[in-house]
Write a protein that binds this ligand. Structure first.
Ligand code: AMP
Length: 113
């Protein structure tokens, strides 16, 4: 739990966010720079740098299930949505604390940029 990790600080409540949901393993809050009408980040409470370092299947499962719960809460389950885990430099990861993006509320294109 590094002192200077942005998402660790958010999990500890040191930086204000728009909280959407949480469970024992993960916290969901609105992205500060939304790329879709619904753009929520789901992060593990425990510091894990990225998916490449992840080893706890129940923690990863909790993140994915919280994203699905938020999609239901936000009313985008019916229309569909996208979840993304940018991983490492080529993956476009800018915050070194594992996170799942939940994006929805508009049609998504493929391939991503
Ligand atoms: P990534 O580029 O996949 O590492 O995603 C990091 C995300 O964190 C970006 O979409 C940012 O907009 C978002 N972000 C950065 N700072 C904050 C913050 N203080 N509160 C909420 N979201 C943030």
């Amino acid at each position: 739990m590094p002192d200077d990790c942005l998402f660790c600080r958010i999990v500890r409540g040191e930086i204000p966010v728009l909280l959407v949901a949480q469970n024992d393993h993960a916290v969901a809050f609105r992205d500060i720079n939304p790329q879709a009408p619904v753009h929520v980040l789901v992060v593990p409470r425990r510091h894990v740098k990225s998916l490449a370092e992840a080893a706890d299947a129940s923690e990863l499962g909790a993140i994915a299930l919280l994203a699905a719960q938020v999609a239901r809460q936000e009313g985008i389950e019916q229309g569909g949505y996208r979840v993304v885990m940018n991983t490492g430099a080529d993956g476009g990861q800018s915050v070194a604390h594992l996170h799942m993006h939940l994006l929805g509320g508009r049609p998504m294109s493929w391939p991503p940029g």
